[in-house]
Design a protein around this ligand. Sequence first.
Ligand code: PMP
Length: 380
Amino acid sequence: MIYFDSAATLPLRKEAGEAYLSESLAHFGNANSPHAFGRESARSLERARKGILRLLGIEGTHRLLFLSGATEANNLALKGVARAYRSRGKRIISSSGEHESVLEPLKALAKEGFDVVLLPLDAATGTIRLEDLGAALDERTILVSLMAVNNETGAITPLQEVCELLRGHPKCYLHSDFTQGAFKGLPYPYGTADLLSMSAHKFGGPKGTGFLALRKDVLPSPLMEGGGQEEGLRPGTSDVPSALASWKALGLAKGEEKEAIRRASSIKAKILGYLSSRPEDFLVNSPEGGSPFLLDFSLRHKKASVVEEALSLRGIYVSTTSACSSRRDLPSHVLLAMGRKEEEARNAIRLSFSLLNEEEDAPKFISALEDIMKETIDSL
Ligand code: PMP
């Protein structure tokens, strides 16, 4: 098997699974229980919280909420901040290339009366233009939400420059969906954003776990009511095993970062070389200087779903657009936001790499793709 879908999810790391199991079996106390056994779980939860903040280098500035994943983190960041700070202003700025878990909450907020501005993506860089952001920012802007790394193209948002721009707007918070960014070689410190969403299964932690890191002064409104866990922002019995497993997985991801970048870069360069040598068949959508872990391209004469299926029959697993939207057979909203034609946006293949891949996967993929390009009849 060649798994080129690491941006969709990764397997649970063995050490993370062991941490999960040992905590679930031996230390199963409720972190809210007042007795010593419960207090032990509460201490484990706090150890995991601090450990994650420390790994991200933001323990002095941010706090951390354990949630069910990046979808929940994005919902809480956007709706929670918008509703809590609506008296300051109603403008929220984001981009049309964000993940659905950002775009859908923004749609809901627009219905609540917020003035949501979605910036287009630049065709060459795949990210927003800073001058567009500068023009959209005004004194009513309370929140800017921009993903660190685009989950389809790998385009990197210049968050540090965004942060500079926001210096003149002290009442505006910066949220970043960091789901594809954690320990993927990003050049800026993670503390740049006031709020950061992450998902554990993208770095080998358990599925259904994620977190929101928030700068200490940011106080969003809760989306749910219940017990007071997670500062009252995520009521419900704490999932201590998942918190510990996520901490473990994040530490391992950090340790592997350099080698992962090296291997992904090498695989990407080889495949990119092949795609670029066949401009009549392929249109590369990933920008230069983007994440080494993602490579997106459109098929000029074939249906992406047909090629994806043919690859799958050969044991090569790729995505058409992102895993979250590919089943709907819609054109990629990210590619449309970059100004690609509907046909190009509908026939895109996304490859995503990790240490699950070997260097030889690149030539094997190229030769399978070449065969498929010859075999399948042109379908467009
Ligand atoms: N944001 C981005 C950029 C993603 O890639 C994903 C996962 N596809 C999510 C958010 C949602 O993450 P989760 O599965 O943890 O809800």
